[in-house]
Design a protein around this ligand. Structure first.
Ligand SMILES: [Ca+2]
Ligand SMILES: [Ca+2]
Length: 618
């Protein structure tokens, strides 16, 4: 053996000995910090570190008690049950992980002071108008975060719908003034959480770190700043959270605490997406299990929400984000795929910690009853109260489309929308439903309206004047179009959000005449809605549609708004005598979009394919 090899061998041995004498680092503790004075004193920490289960845990802090330490299947984990009593003050304490041979691992745990500012956690209600954004596709406010070295996807390509485009939280912050002016009150982004997936990571629904904003969108601190800026401007924020699954690249998937952290199947097994199996009194156990425990996709393992460690992990994560950033509402992804008992218990815990926080579930299902099944109360004989106030109202969407595109008959055309709303007795409070015309998974509204501007306005007017919390999708107001085949086509960039863009649709000068007409219409009606409680919380009364004409009213003690939907291809005069119950005492009306005053309202002319919105006057 040559001298050089001998030296090399000696050095290698030295390095190995040195490494062995070091304590393996603690990989992580989550939640990484908490707050003093939370309503629920219980806190379960997940601790991840090499053979951490071999160690004893010590901590000492007034008001904080280590109730129990749980070892699980994987010795690289410990779960610590803490009790943080009301007397515990904000401050730091050491958690020590001790064994006989090594130096202890230590972690400085912080209990922060709660921020109780009144502007935080305001809740989202029927007073609001939600604007849905896919952050990668809206505006690029920080080019330095477009590509993050070391992440699994490092391709930036605005010419491909499958790659990242560079949009981020700073881009949204830069355009808050635009949204405010448009009459938006609430922003909902598809998940901003880290998605370190190798493909199509912009999508956002395959979380890989529950406690970290994706660095391509910004930092946790920037997210918090974004929420604060929104609140300063009178805007609210909804966070999109996913209970049902996580990403295959999640750090927990790489070293599972226990096998049943996720649902295990002998071979890859996808959910059937058949929501009926959850409520069908005749459903087989096998079908229900496939629906609820099957994986949403190859890269989205299904979390076992009957596992109490998983339950605590998810619930605390959501509480952490709301407390950390002061978010106003949570949108719950893929609601029907979750374990119903867990979701009900989750809703109770969340609302007891944050009574003002709003929550609504995504359920893209096929009937009013299927939708109502997931909402709170037991108005339709559900076995379980879900405590879920609101749901995405697909039926109102389909009803509006049928009113725009269908042929008027006993159950079709405007009769569909009328019938959907007539079924509202199944809800505890239908005003908490999210009503919408499209989102990131659907054909864009303008395309579904046949790129017809009259129809476009008509549908928007129905959306903004019927009951519920209206939501529009970014770019609707500038007539962005396309069908979701594939999905990427409805997730195009908002032109002007990138410095290099040749046109800027955020500015009237960058929009063509048609786009400006659409924008002005949305802006006018959104701001009228924003300034008039009658369209937010006012009662709804609807009349049986006749000859393709559907008339309804929103009213409160101050105002009455009359809405006439003319679904016909021809202009029509509507005699108003049969609406006397709501029109008695009124003699005039103002069209809230055009400001034109009608000095007589006995007969009202309405153009073809239109929705006329009028405030009645004495
Ligand atoms: Ca960027
Ligand atoms: Ca599931």
């Amino acid at each position: 053996m040559k001298v050089r090899s001998l030296l090399h061998c000696f050095l290698s041995l030295f390095i190995i000995a040195k490494v062995r004498s070091q304590v393996p680092p603690l990989e992580r503790i989550e939640p990484m910090f908490w707050w003093a004075g939370m309503k629920n004193p219980k806190l379960q920490l997940i601790v991840h570190g090499d053979k951490i289960a071999d160690k004893k845990v010590q901590l000492s802090y007034p008001g904080v008690k280590l109730v129990s330490t749980h070892k699980v299947e994987n010795p690289n984990y410990l779960f610590l049950d803490l009790e943080v009593s009301a007397i515990a003050k904000a401050g730091n304490f050491l958690i020590k992980f001790v064994d006989k041979k090594d130096k202890p691992n230590t972690y400085t745990y912080e209990l922060k002071t709660r921020d109780k500012s009144i502007s935080r956690i305001q809740g989202v209600t029927s007073k609001d108008l939600i604007y849905l954004i896919m952050p990668d596709r809206f505006a690029n406010g920080d080019r330095s975060n477009d590509v993050i070295t070391g992440m699994n996807e490092t391709t930036l390509n605005r010419d491909s719908m499958y790659y990242r485009h560079g949009g981020d939280i700073q881009g949204i912050i830069n355009n808050l003034g635009y949204l405010k002016d448009l009459g938006i009150t609430t922003i909902w982004c598809t998940p901003e959480i880290e998605n370190n997936e190798p493909h199509a990571s912009y999508h956002g629904y395959a979380v890989t770190d529950h406690y970290k904003i994706d660095p391509r969108y910004g930092t946790n601190e920037l997210y918090k700043t974004y929420v604060q800026k929104c609140h300063t401007m009178g805007l609210k924020v909804i966070k999109d959270v996913v209970h049902n699954h996580m990403g295959k690249q999640h750090w927990l998937m790489k070293d599972l605490p226990m096998k049943d952290w996720v649902h295990q199947w002998p071979n890859f097994t996808k959910t059937t997406y058949k929501d009926q199996t959850v409520m069908d009194p005749y459903a087989s156990f096998a079908d229900r299990k496939l629906m609820q425990d099957g994986w949403f996709d190859y890269h989205m393992p299904d979390l076992d929400q009957t596992n109490s460690y998983v339950q605590n992990y998810l619930t605390q994560n959501h509480i952490w984000w709301v407390e950390y950033a002061g978010i106003d509402g949570l949108r719950l992804d893929t609601y029907p795929y979750n374990d119903p008992a867990y979701m009900a218990a989750w809703a109770i815990k969340i609302s007891s910690e944050f009574p003002r926080l709003s929550i609504f579930g995504e359920a893209l299902v096929n009937s009013v009853i299927n939708q109502a099944f997931f909402t709170e109360g037991k108005t339709i004989n559900q076995k379980l109260n879900t405590y879920l106030p609101g749901i995405t109202d697909v039926q109102v969407k389909d009803g509006i489309y049928e009113a725009l595109n269908g042929k008027f008959d006993w159950t079709t055309g405007v009769n569909r929308l009328y019938s959907v709303l007539a079924n509202d007795f199944v809800y505890k409070n239908p005003y908490q439903n999210i009503i919408f015309l499209d989102n990131h998974d659907m054909n864009r509204y303008y395309s579904m309206a046949g790129e017809n501007l009259d129809k476009f306005k008509s549908g928007i007017a129905m959306l903004f004047t019927t009951r519920g919390i209206p939501q529009i999708y970014y770019g609707t107001e500038i007539l962005m179009k396309n069908f979701s085949n594939p999905d990427g086509l409805v997730r195009e960039d908002f032109k002007g959000g990138w410095q290099e863009d040749k046109v800027n649709k955020f500015d009237a000068k960058g929009r063509d005449a048609k786009e400006n007409e659409a924008f002005s219409f949305v802006r006018k009606l959104a701001n009228y809605r924003k300034n008039n409680p009658v369209l937010q919380t006012g009662k709804l009364m609807q009349y049986v549609p006749e000859n393709g004409i559907y008339v309804y009213y929103r009213y409160n003690t101050e105002k009455t708004v009359m809405v006439i939907v003319n679904s016909n291809d021809s202009d029509t005069t509507v005699e108003t005598a049969r609406f006397n119950e709501r029109m008695n005492g009124f003699s005039k009306a103002v069209n809230v979009v055009t400001d034109v005053v009608l000095n007589s309202i006995d007969n009202i002319n309405v153009p073809s394919k239109s929705t006329t919105v009028m405030e009645l006057r004495k």
